[in-house]
Write a protein that binds this ligand. Structure first.
Ligand code: MLT
Length: 271
C-alpha cells in the first residue's frame, strides 16, 4: 500500500503490475480490496491501481458531503502524481458514479470505461431521505445497520450458502469502514448529479457488467446505459448479484480481459 497527499488529504492505493494503466474504483461502503481478484488476474498485463476513495479504507476522511466530483478530483490528482496521462477507469456501483463524474470532468484522461453494477441516475427524493437517515445512524451507532441491510442484496442466496468466506470478507470490509467516511459518502451520493445525458457524450470503448440478480442497480439500468453509450458492450454475469466481481470472479475477469485486449491499441496510444 502507498499513500499520496492530494487535495489536502492522504489517499491510500495499491499499484501492481506494469503496462497500460487500469484504475478501479470500489463501491460503497467498501475499500480497494474489493478488487483483489481483478488485481490478481490483470496485473500480469496491466498497471492496476486501486485507490481507497476518500473516507474509505486507509484514506483520510474529508469534509461531508464527499461528492462524486471530489472523489473524481482525487483520482485525477493521483494520476498526476503517478505520471499517468490516460487510463482505463472502472468502477463498481458508487465507483461507477465516480467514473461518470470523472468522464464528465476529464474526458481527455480516459482511454476506456468499465461500468459495473452501477447506474447514471441521481437519487430520488425518497432515496435522499434514506441516505440522510443512514448517515445519521452510522455516526450514532456504527456500521452494523448498513452492513446488515446491504448484505442480503450483495450476494445471491446461492452464493450466501456456498461462498461463506466471500460473504464474511465483504461484511468485514463494511464493518471496518469509518462511520464518518461512510456518512460523508452517503451525503455525497445523495447530491450526485444525474449523468443520463453524459452517456451520449461518451466516445471511448465502454464495457458494462452487471450481476443478473442485482437488486441495487438492476439489469434494466445497465441495458439502458448500453443503449445510450454508442458502441458499448453489455455483459450479464449469471448467478451474481451486486458484487458480481467477487461472486463470479472468473466470469467477470474473463470478460474484462477480452475487453482490455480489444482496447489494447487505444490504451497503448493513450497511456
Ligand atoms: C454501492 O454498492 O456502491 C452502493 O450500493 C451504491 C448506492 O448505494 O447507491
Amino acid at each position: 500500500m502507498s499513500k499520496v497527499e492530494v487535495n489536502n488529504i492522504q489517499i491510500a492505493f495499491d499499484e501492481t503490475g506494469s503496462g497500460s494503466a487500469l484504475i478501479l474504483l470500489h463501491g460503497f461502503p467498501f475499500n480497494r480490496t474489493l478488487w483483489r481478484e481483478q488485481v490478481f488476474a490483470l496485473s500480469p498485463t496491466h498497471r492496476v491501481i486501486t485507490p481507497d476513495l476518500r473516507g474509505f479504507g486507509e484514506s483520510d476522511v474529508a469534509e461531508s458531503p464527499a461528492t462524486m466530483a471530489d472523489m473524481a478530483q482525487d483520482v485525477v490528482a493521483l494520476m498526476d502524481s503517478l505520471g499517468i496521462e490516460r487510463a482505463t477507469i472502472g468502477g463498481l456501483s458508487m465507483g461507477g458514479y465516480v467514473v461518470l463524474a470523472f468522464y464528465k470532468l476529464f474526458p481527455e484522461r480516459v482511454s476506456a470505461l468499465i461500468l459495473s453494477d452501477t447506474r447514471p441516475q441521481a437519487d430520488s427524493e425518497e432515496a435522499k431521505v434514506t441516505r440522510a437517515k443512514q448517515a445519521k445512524d452510522a455516526l450514532a451507532e456504527g456500521m452494523a445497520g448498513i452492513a446488515n441491510s446491504m448484505l442480503p442484496k450483495l450476494f445471491t442466496p446461492a452464493s450466501v450458502a456456498t461462498k461463506p468466506h466471500d460473504v464474511q470478507r465483504v461484511r468485514e470490509m463494511m464493518m471496518t469502514t469509518k462511520p464518518a467516511g461512510a456518512a460523508a459518502a452517503l451525503m455525497g451520493m445523495a447530491v450526485r448529479e444525474d449523468h443520463t445525458e453524459t452517456l451520449a457524450q461518451i466516445n471511448v470503448p465502454t464495457l458494462i457488467l452487471v450481476g443478473r440478480e442485482d437488486p441495487i442497480t438492476p439489469l434494466s439500468d445497465s441495458e439502458n446505459m448500453q443503449k445510450a453509450i454508442a458502441g458499448s458492450q453489455l455483459v450479464i454475469i449469471d448467478n451474481a448479484s451486486h458484487v458480481s466481481n467477487i461472486e463470479q470472479a472468473d466470469q467477470f475477469n474473463s470478460h474484462l480481459e477480452s475487453f482490455l485486449k480489444q482496447d489494447k491499441l487505444a490504451n497503448d496510444v493513450g497511456a
